[in-house]
Design a protein around this ligand. Structure first.
Ligand code: GLN
Length: 201
């Protein structure tokens, strides 16, 4: 399985390290051509404004949306989740609009900007959530499924081939969220291969 990591800014190395633990092949994505041979993409945490500007500059936003349409799964952590959202409340950041949620940046406020919390994740179990200047998902729409909540706010959401967490599993030693995403990637890879076989008939 080849997993691309969008490497414009943010926690790139940490995702690579945790994916290596799971024996996944990792590919650094800096330009649209780097998306060609990957099975799935991770958009890391960092600064959503910076990542968004660079994505636009290198025409990665249109390239990513095109690959997503062809069935490529995408996992966004924190800033990555912000960029995948349908709506970013208050801020005017060019977003990918691939998951039906409205999200607000830095929404926990200065006092508790960063914290850890014991989460319960559907199909995974208890998980230590590391939140760093995290956004809050304020609204979600029909297609999105909540996999975990913290104090009534969704913190892990899935919609078809998109997964987001407002916390950072890559900053722990626990690879189970990444493993969950690899399983999603495997499922979608098999579907794409089946479609190709059908087209060949
Ligand atoms: N506060 C950052 C933003 O708004 C996200 C923080 C993170 O990714 N850890 O882009």
């Amino acid at each position: 399985m080849k997993i691309g990591i969008l490497a414009l800014q943010g926690n790139v190395r940490e995702h690579i390290n945790i994916l290596k633990k799971l024996d996944a092949e990792t590919i650094i994505v800096k330009l649209p051509k780097d998306l060609e041979n990957i099975d799935a993409l991770i958009i890391p945490g960092g600064e959503s404004t910076t990542i968004s500007l660079l994505m636009k500059k290198y025409k990665l936003n249109t390239a990513i949306k095109k690959k997503h349409k062809q069935g490529m799964p995408i996992y966004g952590t924190c800033a990555g989740a912000i960029l995948l959202a349908k709506e970013i409340i208050k801020d005017k950041i060019p977003n990918l609009n691939l998951i039906d949620i409205s999200i607000e940046r830095n929404s926990y406020g200065r006092q508790i900007a960063s914290f850890e919390a014991e989460l319960s994740i559907k199909d995974i179990g208890n998980f230590n959530g590391v939140f760093i200047r995290a956004p809050v998902i304020k609204r979600f729409y029909n297609g999105a499924e909540i996999l975990s909540e913290h104090k009534n706010n969704p913190v892990m959401v899935k919609q078809d081939n998109i997964l987001i967490t407002t916390f950072h599993p890559e900053l722990t030693d626990d690879a189970r969220v990444h493993e969950y995403f690899l399983n999603m990637a495997q499922e979608y890879k098999e579907v794409r291969e089946m479609q190709k076989d059908i087209e060949r008939l």
